[in-house]
Design a protein around this ligand. Structure first.
Ligand SMILES: C[S@@+](CC[C@H](N)C(=O)[O-])C[C@H]1O[C@@H](n2cnc3c(N)ncnc32)[C@H](O)[C@@H]1O
Length: 216
């Protein structure tokens, strides 16, 4: 997958590229580019936003700035999906992550302050995605959430099989995963369930299945 993220804070995306699962797929299953609107803005002094028409607080990311960034990168509107991160978008869930992870190319647009000029959302994007019903200060954290969630679904990102049986996965019928325990078997009188120490894989499997919880 080719994944492009447009942002005003490119260094927000540095640490994640040095860590698994992203580090495991970068340059192989995933080509990640982090692009700064300021590098291609047609305005002077790196300007990217402006005051809202009609008045009010905050600054709004300009449509000509985002169009210029897309033009400079793709030579026009890209044919693949362009996702704007916005609290007003479709709420992210595992189903949408799986859907986006199947794309061969994807662009993420983030904004700050008051957000996007509406014409960006109407004419330059294919999707609006929210990471939850709350407002963050910028689209960088939402973009990081998407980058991580997508990267771990790409081949080679995780140890074989470890991404298949997880909360929200088809393997658990979309439910929440069963509990995990590790050593020590007993700590402060808090004991690991006996069955997990039994070595009886059939009973362990049944015990785990019984503890998968339905998402309400
Ligand atoms: C302060 S927010 C703008 C909020 C906007 N004025 C509103 O009331 O809907 C600035 C930017 O952060 C990002 N953002 C904030 N919360 C988000 C969320 N829950 N999901 C996705 N992006 C979010 C978006 O890119 C947004 O344009």
């Amino acid at each position: 997958m080719r994944l492009d993220v447009f942002t005003l804070i490119p260094d927000a995306f540095e640490w994640i590229q040095r860590r698994r699962p992203l580090a495991a797929v970068l340059g192989d299953e995933l080509e990640l580019r982090v692009l700064n609107y300021r590098d291609t803005t047609p305005l002077s002094a790196g300007q990217v936003d402006d005051e809202p028409y009609g008045g009010g607080p905050g600054m709004v990311l300009r449509v000509d700035v985002v169009a210029a960034a897309l033009d400079a990168t793709y030579g026009g509107s890209p044919s693949h999906r362009v996702v704007a991160l916005s609290p007003q978008g479709r709420q992210l869930d595992q189903e949408l992550v799986e859907e986006l992870a199947r794309e061969s190319a994807l662009t993420l647009l983030s904004a700050r302050f008051e957000g996007f000029d509406q014409r960006i959302l109407d004419h330059l994007c294919s999707d609006l995605v929210s990471i939850g019903p709350y407002v963050l200060s910028g689209g960088e954290i939402p973009a990081l959430v998407l980058v991580d969630a997508i990267a771990r679904r790409l081949p080679g990102a995780l140890t074989e099989g470890s991404g298949e049986v997880e909360s929200f996965s088809a393997a658990l019928d979309g439910g929440l995963e069963y509990p995990h325990y590790t050593r020590p078997a007993s700590y402060r009188g808090w004991d690991v369930p006996e069955i997990l120490l039994s070595g009886d894989h059939g009973r362990i499997e049944t015990w785990r299945r019984d503890r998968v919880r339905t998402v309400t």
